[in-house]
Design a protein around this ligand. Sequence first.
Ligand SMILES: Nc1ncnc2c1ncn2[C@@H]1O[C@H](COP(=O)(O)OP(=O)(O)OP(=O)(O)O)[C@@H](O)[C@H]1O
Ligand SMILES: C[C@@](O)(CCOP(=O)(O)O)CC(=O)O
Length: 456
Amino acid sequence: MTELEPRAFSTPGKALIIGGYLVLDPKYKSFVLALSARMHAVVRASTRPDISGVYLKVKSTQFNNNEWNYKVSRDSGYVPLEINDLNNPFVEQVVFNVFNYFFPDQIDYNYIEIDIFSDPAYHSTEGSRRKSNQYKSFNFHDKDINEVHKTGLGSSAGLVTVLTASLCYVLIKDHNLNVLNPEHLKMVHNLSQVAHCQAQGKIGSGFDVAAATYGSIIYRRFTPAIIAELPGVDIRFVDKYHKALKSLIDRVDWKIVCEPVKLPPRLKVIMGDVHNGSETVKLVGTVQRWYANNLPRSHDIYEEINANNIIAMNKLIKLYHRSEENPQYYEKMIDNLNKDKNSDPDINELIGSINKIRELFRTITKESGADVEPMVQTQLLNNCLDLNGVIGGVVPGAGGHDAVALIMTEKTDINEATKNNTLFKNVTWMDVKQEQIGLKEENPKHYEDLLFDDEL
Ligand SMILES: Nc1ncnc2c1ncn2[C@@H]1O[C@H](COP(=O)(O)OP(=O)(O)OP(=O)(O)O)[C@@H](O)[C@H]1O
Ligand SMILES: C[C@@](O)(CCOP(=O)(O)O)CC(=O)O
């Protein structure tokens, strides 16, 4: 039995700060922050002559030892067959698409094992026990993955991207996958978008997959049609899907924008979990119906939101440049914000544009009935904005009752500022930071010998 050298990868979670709903239309740009909570995969593969075709085991031991076992073969169009009839559409679509992309004649390593790990912030900690080693810490639940409450950081997009990278490593020529090679990143990104889109039922803009791959970005989506036009699987002509997919991944111009961005220095994002959970799919459907039934006024509202989105994004970029041009002045200016939020014209315009975006989303909330910025969240955000050092706040992504995202000075200690204050009793400040980097190589040894913290 020969073994492929084990490798590990990770991808970040996300917060869509600016551009919710509009980003579903390829016309509009958005601002997405990658977060320090990451999804991880450790991949091992070996040659097993006793097994016919390919056997793939995906394990998620953190969730009641969940695992999915697939058989795949070229003769059946690489449609994965789960041997216990278990469902995980995200894993299935990754397997299907990565195998179809490479469409291998013969597979050197036909027994593949992938261990998935998700950082604690993705899920509620309730009923979990922490396991750690000197490098990593993960929560272990005695419930299945689908029964544990999510915090909305984009676990499925992170999972799809990190699994895609892992399988690409096994199947790419000479196993030379390099996360620093732009061509390889593009391949992982495009394959992940296809798999995520198919698993989700084609509803998302793909900002979460783009952030999982590229980190914090200004994002403009691809035209949804390019994925919708892929042919179905046809067992009689197994290479039909492969040819169309290969062309889509390598040759079609996706006209996508993924420009790296950073929050201006000395500012940070803080995510607050409101523990309620929202149904993105339902919210999107309701807002889209409102949009269609209220044209052309709804279009004008979107255009006005977009004008303010652009102001907010430009101000964030300008502040970043100012920090580089005159670091001392910039530092003082940020320090001043802890006393007077209106002391700088760029910050003023940033605050003004975010307030306007929120106001327009409240109009949509009222008219459509979709809780994009429901009253409780308005109150919570306004209470946050009253705190020293907090300069902006939004209900990220699709909005709803899930979470709030705040932009504040680095010196602001949100836990301290809200401690014992009943106005904030329903919110838990999450232990995540904004991060630049998307798909990252990890050390597979860092996932070994995890021990329960309470037994250390
Ligand atoms: N650690 C994991 N192991 C295995 N599968 C996982 C894991 N994390 C997520 N998944 C898959 O992703 C699904 C959750 O995806 P979903 O898109 O509903 O949530 P999300 O991406 O975390 O949330 P949101 O899009 O609101 O940020 C799970 O049902 C499971 O199929
Ligand atoms: C409403 C939408 O723009 C954002 C959804 O974001 P989230 O899943 O709530 O983080 C949909 C999308 O872009 O996929």
